[in-house]
Structures are given as C-alpha cells and as structure tokens.
Design a protein around this ligand. Structure first.
Ligand code: MN3
Length: 250
C-alpha cells in the first residue's frame, strides 16, 4: 500500500469510527482527504478595492476635466471593481494576486467576465497612478536611458506611443511595456485587454504606462478630438512613478 493510500484509508477508518453516528445520510464512499491536501486547496478570497485617486478630480485640469475624472473613477472603475470581484469569487483564480490572475485569463467564453472586468480593474488602477498634477515633461535617469536604448530617443518613443493610442480602433489602450528581456516596447490592445494577459495579447510584459482611449476617458471635454486628448495626456504623465514601475519590474 502506498503511503498516500494508507493515509486516506486510515483517515476514512477514523472518520467512520468516530463521526459516523452523526453522519447519517452523508455520502461516505468518497475517501476523506488528508488534512495537508485540504490546506493546499484552500484559497482566501479577499475582494479587490477601488483605489483612491490620490489627487482631486479637478487636479489635472485643463488636460483632463474634473467631471470626466469623477465619472471615470467613481462610476466606470467602481463598476469594473464590483463586477471583477463577482466574477472572481466564482473562479478558481480567487485568492491569486492580480498579476497572476491577468496571466491566467484565457480567450474563452468562460473567462469573458474576468477578462473585461479584471482588465478594467487593473488598467484603471495603473492609469490613476501614472498621471498626476504638476507632471509632464520628460523622464530622467534610468527610465530616460532605457527609452533611448529601446526607441532611439524620447521623441521617437512619444511618436510611437501617440500613434498606438490614435490608431487603436474603437475602445482600448496604448501601453509602454517592459518586456521579459528587459527592453521597452509600445503596444495597443482593444477593450480592457493588457500586456499581462499572455494567453491573449501579442506584445507581453509589464505595463509601466497606459493611456485609456475609450471615449469615456475624454469625450465630455474633447468630443471627437482623441488626438488632442492624447497630446495633452503627456502634460500629466508622472514619469517618476513610471520609472519606479520599470525598476520594480523584473
Ligand atoms: Mn476607462
């Protein structure tokens, strides 16, 4: 008899001997699992929270207006957060960390709610972090060096990033991504997909900067002028945070 079988059998015997009188009507044909296995299977589901903005709704004016920020954070991101938690609670991924969840999402009907709402949760969380009041300008230090090494110059990077944002058909995002080989790349993804979704997107890695080009991100103020929104987005990028994200990413 293998050790594992012995544990199961002895467990069942103990179970039968001591607890059986109180278990009338229960299915006792399934062997009781050893305690160690149960511990491995147990995952604690802690709902993800809507992160606070860290600055006032109007702090990014005139580049992003207060009303857009308020609706975007309090309605859109709040909605993604609620729906993500609902989908996650019923998923085997409940209890995993956010990055692991993104990496596990598949291009399947089963994962549609997790993909759209989990992506929406993650993407907006990053978005609020990489923008802020009194920002803009150009990156410095290691980030500036990495951008020059990967794109030739900051201007080349900015052109590629803006083009990815402008040409994203319909709703989606443009990203600055730190890839597994350490190089930086620009990409665009539809809807709420992101570069962490390695089963789904072409350019994979850790997003360190993202711009939301869904109409809800700019339409109240910019109307159909997505390009103006994208250009002005560069006035609110917090390059210090983007640089920290690059350094923290393996
Ligand atoms: Mn949005």
């Amino acid at each position: 008899m293998k050790k594992r079988d012995f544990i199961k059998t002895s467990g069942l015997l103990t179970f039968g001997t001591i607890i059986a009188p109180t278990m009338v009507g229960c299915n006792t044909t399934e062997p009781q699992k050893p305690v160690t296995e149960e511990k491995e299977e147990e995952k604690k589901f802690v709902p993800f929270e809507l992160p606070a903005l860290g600055y006032a709704f109007g702090a990014l004016e005139p580049n992003i207006d207060a009303r857009t920020m308020e609706i975007h954070h309090d309605k859109h991101h709040a909605g993604y957060t609620t729906k993500f938690n609902k989908a996650l609670e019923q998923s085997p991924l409940a209890g995993e960390d956010l990055t692991a969840i993104m990496a596990a999402i598949r291009d399947s009907d089963e994962d549609t709610n997790l993909r759209n709402n989990g992506g929406g949760y993650y993407n907006h969380k990053l978005f609020w972090e990489v923008i802020g009041p009194n920002q803009g300008g150009k990156p410095t230090g290691d980030l500036a060096t990495a951008i020059d090494a990967s794109f030739g110059s900051f201007d080349n990077f900015a052109t590629q990033f803006k083009d990815a944002a402008k040409t994203q058909f319909g709703s989606g995002w443009a990203w600055l991504v730190k890839q597994a080989d350490g190089k930086l790349a620009v990409s665009g993804t539809p809807n709420q997909d992101n570069p962490l979704m390695t089963n789904i997107v072409d350019v994979t890695g850790t997003p360190i900067l993202g711009i939301d080009v869904w109409e809800h991100a700019y339409y109240l103020y910019y109307k159909n002028k997505r390009a103006d929104y994208i250009n002005n987005f560069f006035n609110v990028i917090n390059w210090k945070v983007v640089g920290e994200k690059m350094m923290l990413t393996k």
